[in-house]
Design a protein around this ligand. Structure first.
Ligand code: NDP
Ligand code: MG
Length: 387
C-alpha cells in the first residue's frame, strides 16, 4: 500500500520539492491532497501531474478558475476556503500531512491533522513558535508523531536516532547568518527587500528568506527546537556557520557531539521525514568536504536584534511567542513591500511585545485573539514607519 500524503502549501518552495521527492519514490508515496493559497495555475498543473483525490485553494476567489482548469479531471474533488483546508487533512486515507504553508495560517489545519491522528511532517515552524506547548500536548494525547522537516531540526532528529533516553546536554543550532552577516548596523539601515532576498546558501520562499536576513528565523528555530526536543532555551546554542553544511548537532553528557552534514538542499529532510526510520535513495549532488572550509562564529545579538527578541519571548513564555510571530509576519510583509526599514522591523516587534496583554497559560482561543491583536498593533506601528 502506498502512503497517502496531503501537502499543505504544495505550490511553495517546500511543497514543490516535496513533489519531486514523491515523484522519485512513486512506488511508496502518493499524493492524496494538494493545497495552495493563490497560485491557482501551478496548483492545477500539479493536480494534472499527480492526480490527487482532492485539491483546495484557500483563497475562494480562485475557485471558479481552478474548476475551469481542472474541468478535464472529473475524479479530483475541488474545494475552496480556509474551512475546506482545515477539513481536508482529516480525510481517512491520509497517512501523512506535510505542513508547508507559511505563518500562523498553518496552525488550525495542523491541529486538525493531529486530532485526526495523522503523522505530521512539520515544515511550518510558526505553528510551534505560536503554540508549541499546545501542539506537543495534542500530539502526545493523539499519538500523532511530529517529524521535523526544517533542516536544522531534521539534523538534530537524525543525530538522536539510536540515543534512546540519553540526555541532551546541549543543542548546537547552526545558522547561515543570511546575506547581511558581515554588514555593520549602519549598512543594514539601508538594505531593501531585494538585498534580503539574495540568500547566500538556501533557495526558499520570500517570508523565510527575509526572516533569515533578520535572523528571526533562527530565533523561531530555537523555539521550535525547545518544543520538539524538550530542551530549555539555555541549552540551545546558536552558531553562525556561513557554509550551511553542518545542519546542526547534539552534544551529550560524555562530551560527544553528533551532527548531520550535507549540501544545503531540502529534498533530504523532506524525504527523511516521509521515510523515517528508513533511508531511501536520493540522487542530489554529494557533499565534497575538500571543497568547503567549515567555519563557526558567535551570533551578534545587537546587530541581529530579532534573535534576541526571540530569546526574550521564550523566557517570558505564555502568549509572548505568539505576539512575536504575529508582529513579525506584519513587519516581514511590510519590509518585503518597502513599507518599513530593516531596523524598524525589530523596533516594531519589540514595541508590540510590550503592548499586547500577557496571558500565562493561553488556550487555543487566546492564541487566535493574541494573533489578531498583535497584528493590529504592529500594523499601526508600520503605518507610522518612516519609509
Ligand atoms: P512559500 O512561500 O514558498 O510557500 C508557501 C505555500 O503555502 C504556498 O503553497 C502558498 O500558496 C501557501 N500559503 C501561503 N499562505 C497561505 C495561507 N494563508 N493559506 C493557505 N495556504 C497558504 O514558503 P516555503 O515553502 O519557503 O515555506 C513553507 C514553510 O516551511 C514555512 O513555515 C517556512 O518557515 C518553512 N520552511 C521552509 C524552508 C525552505 O527551504 N523553503 C526551510 C525550512 C522551513 P500560494 O503559492 O498559492 O501562495
Ligand atoms: Mg531551518
Amino acid at each position: 500500500m502506498k502512503q497517502q500524503i496531503c501537502i499543505l502549501g504544495s505550490t511553495g518552495s517546500i511543497g514543490t520539492q516535496a513533489l519531486d521527492v514523491i515523484e522519485s519514490h512513486s512506488d511508496r508515496y502518493e499524493v492524496y491532497a494538494l493545497t495552495a493559497n493563490n497560485r491557482v495555475e501551478l496548483l492545477a498543473e500539479q493536480a494534472h501531474k499527480f492526480h490527487p483525490a482532492a485539491v483546495v485553494i484557500a483563497n475562494e476567489q480562485h475557485y471558479d478558475r481552478l474548476k475551469e482548469l481542472l474541468a478535464d479531471e472529473p475524479d479530483i474533488k475541488i474545494y475552496a476556503g480556509k474551512q475546506a483546508l482545515d477539513e481536508i487533512v482529516e480525510a481517512d486515507p491520509i497517512d501523512m500531512v506535510l505542513t508547508a504553508m507559511v505563518g500562523f495560517a498553518g496552525l488550525p489545519p495542523t491541529i486538525r491533522a493531529i486530532k485526526a491522528h495523522k503523522k505530521i511532517c512539520l515544515a511550518n515552524k510558526e505553528t510551534l513558535v505560536v503554540a508549541g506547548e499546545l501542539i506537543c500536548q495534542l500530539a502526545i494525547e493523539n499519538h500523532a508523531p511530529i517529524i521535523p522537516v526544517d533542516s536544522e531540526h531534521s539534523a538534530i532528529f537524525q543525530s538522536l536516532v539510536g540515543e534512546g533516553d540519553n540526555e541532551i546536554e546541549k543543542i548546537l543550532l547552526t545558522a547561515s547568518g543570511g546575506p547581511f552577516r558581515t554588514f555593520t548596523h549602519e549598512q543594514m539601515e539601508h538594505v531593501k527587500a531585494k538585498d534580503a532576498l539574495r540568500h547566500p546558501t538556501w533557495d526558499m520562499g520570500a517570508k523565510i528568506t527575509i526572516d533569515s536576513a533578520t535572523m528571526m528565523n533562527k530565533g523561531f528555530e530555537v523555539i521550535e527546537a525547545k518544543w520538539l526536543f524538550d530542551v530549555p532555551a539555555d541549552k540551545i546554542q546558536v552558531l553562525v556557520h556561513p557554509q550551511s553544511i553542518v545542519h546542526s548537532a547534539v552534544q551529550f553528557r560524555d562530551g560527544a557531539v553528533k551532527a548531520q552534514l550535507g549540501i544545503p538542499d531540502m529534498h533530504l529532510p523532506i524525504l527523511y521525514a516521509f521515510s523515517f526510520p528508513e533511508r531511501l535513495t536520493l540522487s542530489q549532488p554529494r557533499l565534497d568536504l575538500f571543497k568547503t572550509p567549515l567555519e563557526f562564529f558567535e551570533p551578534d545579538l545587537q546587530r541581529f536584534r530579532c534573535l534576541q527578541l526571540a530569546f526574550d519571548a521564550i523566557h517570558k513564555g505564555g502568549n509572548v511567542p505568539c505576539v512575536l510571530n504575529a508582529a513579525n509576519e506584519i513587519v516581514n510583509r511590510a519590509f518585503l513591500e518597502d513599507r518599513c526599514g530593516f531596523h524598524e522591523m525589530s523596533d516594531i516587534i519589540a514595541r508590540t511585545m510590550q503592548r499586547v496583554a500577557f496571558i500565562k497559560n493561553p488556550t487555543y482561543e487566546d492564541y487566535l485573539a493574541t494573533d489578531a491583536e498583535a497584528r493590529k498593533v504592529a500594523g499601526e506601528y508600520v503605518s507610522q514607519a518612516s519609509m
